[in-house]
Design a protein around this ligand. Structure first.
Ligand SMILES: *Cc1c(COP(=O)(O)O)cnc(C)c1O
Length: 482
């Protein structure tokens, strides 16, 4: 068959063969990574080296090697030594739903361009609303990521709470939101996209434990009013990204009610704890929120990107992007829940509901409970190990599976320790056995880990600390004199 023809593009035999080969490769990959058999989590290269390698492959490589090369040249989330970012470890079944969705490519902007994923989305979001503790009038949707979901929620909040209709009239009053200074940067970005500016982003300080200092809310709110800012929403982090610390949602809910604010919970990472019998107490008060965001691609083992955005009063999800939806109030049985595109930022959207639906059908809530509970438990155990070793120091007692800690040595100054921990992290990256990240908290440089992988054990984390110690000792050793 000729190359470059439609016939060859659609050659069924080739599709079958390549597909089977890919599934075999991925099944081997899962086995080799989850077992920890592969020596590396990441085979790190400088950006310029990586670029050259793919340029060369484009011109000279054998396309038959493409799958293997991609697998080799990516960070292996399934490896138990993958303990870095909050990107989740996808359940293998969700790779199959991803494949199915890619080929069928129903864009979902209107009902008939995605009948089944639309129906599934309704079933799933109704279910999660119930888990959150919302009542019968709640409604949710799926959208492409926590960042977009937070923006969408804040747009709904503005629509519901601003005195003017900004959607039709543009901004005529300085509006504002209140949020912890530790919140994910996307909340700040969303507020700026909405035109709130510096004045409209009221950053509430955190306590020494990195949770929003709710004793300051009254203060900051009054100051904003004095400055002519109409505060319309408050955002609680569940948890905040850098430290993994949850805000006190009960206290924020009380304040929001008292002041008539929209209460939004950014649970992109840890909203998933609603599924954990052991840890759902961290989210106490979430049922009083007006909206909640939960990422499927973080703690719920789905591929990027899929995020649930849930509204306590579903009507608000219908009014975000339209001038009027009054008819919905009078004819609720006529609600066109099935025209998803009216309620989401996206026009075309991937069939992301498939992942949630099949996971829940095959494994039930229990699989989410197991994953969250196991990883949060592991966070606590790892904290104990760090405490027991005088070479290490925790930034703060963890509330989740995110931990910030650093190597310490009594003879070194803060600057020296900062630069030492930075070097440790760089060497870990270049070594590639473990993958972890770093953060700065109040001028102190920490190594940061998100324990996202259900195959990670205390044994792996013990090896990690040993490795860090060895690296630190090498880095601290005096330069050999020749
Ligand atoms: C990850 C995260 C986000 C951003 O979500 P994306 O899905 O990456 O867009 C927002 N808020 C918090 C608290 C997060 O952890």
């Amino acid at each position: 068959m000729e190359r470059n023809t439609m016939e060859s593009l659609y050659d069924q035999r080739q599709f079958r063969e390549m597909g089977h080969r890919l599934i075999d490769l991925l099944a081997d990959h899962i086995a080799n990574t989850t077992s920890g058999k592969n020596p590396k989590t990441i085979d790190w290269a400088e950006p310029s080296t990586e670029l050259e390698s793919w340029k060369d492959f484009f011109n000279n490589g054998n396309a038959d090697d493409f799958f293997e090369k991609v697998i080799q040249r990516t960070t292996h989330t399934h490896h138990p030594k993958y303990i870095g970012h909050q990107v989740g470890v996808p359940a293998p079944i969700t790779a199959l739903t991803g494949l199915l969705a890619s080929l069928l490519n129903n864009g979902m902007a209107v009902y008939e361009m995605g009948m089944s994923p639309t129906a599934m989305e309704r079933i799933i979001t109704d279910h999660i609303c119930k888990k959150v503790g919302y009542g019968e009038t709640s409604r949710g949707l799926l959208t492409s990521g926590g960042t977009l979901a937070n923006l969408t929620a804040l747009l709904s909040a503005r629509k519901a709470k601003a005195k003017h209709n900004v959607w039709t009239e543009g901004s005529s009053q300085q509006l504002g939101i209140m949020v912890s200074e530790e919140a994910h940067y996307c909340v700040d970005r969303a507020a700026r996209i909405m035109g709130l500016g510096d004045q409209g982003i009221i950053k509430v300080p955190v306590t020494k434990d990195f949770t929003m200092d709710t004793s300051q809310l009254e203060n900051y709110h009054a100051k904003a009013l004095e400055n002519g800012v109409h505060v319309f929403a408050i955002v609680g982090s569940a948890p905040s990204t850098a430290t993994g610390i949850y805000d006190d949602l009960e206290a924020i809910a009380r304040f929001a009610k008292e002041k008539g604010l929209w209460f939004h919970v950014d649970g992109a990472h840890g909203g998933a704890a609603i599924f954990s019998k052991k840890y759902k107490h961290l989210l106490a008060g979430i049922e009083k929120s007006d909206s909640v965001v939960i990422d499927g691609h973080k703690m719920l083992m789905m591929p990027t990107l899929t995020t649930a955005l849930l509204y306590r009063e579903g009507i608000h999800s219908h009014t975000t992007f339209v001038q009027k939806a009054d008819y919905l109030l009078t004819h609720t049985d006529e609600e066109d829940w099935y025209n998803g595109g009216k309620r989401t930022f996206e026009c075309t959207k991937s069939m992301m509901g498939l992942h949630w639906y099949i996971l829940l059908k095959l494994y039930g809530d229990d699989i989410f409970d197991q994953n969250v509970t196991k990883l949060y438990d592991l966070g606590k155990e790892f904290a104990q190990l760090i405490h027991s070793d005088s070479n290490f120091e925790l930034a703060i007692e963890p509330m989740s599976n995110i931990l910030c800690f650093r190597y310490v040595a009594p003879q070194l100054s803060l600057e020296q320790l900062n630069s030492l921990n930075q070097s440790i992290r760089q060497q870990l990256l270049e070594d590639g056995e473990f993958y972890m990240v770093q953060t700065q908290l109040r001028g102190v440089h920490y190594l940061r880990t998100s324990l996202m992988n259900p195959f990670t054990t205390m044994e792996h984390l013990g090896w990690l600390l040993e490795k860090i110690k060895t690296l630190a000792e090498k880095l601290m050793a005096p330069e050999p004199t020749l």
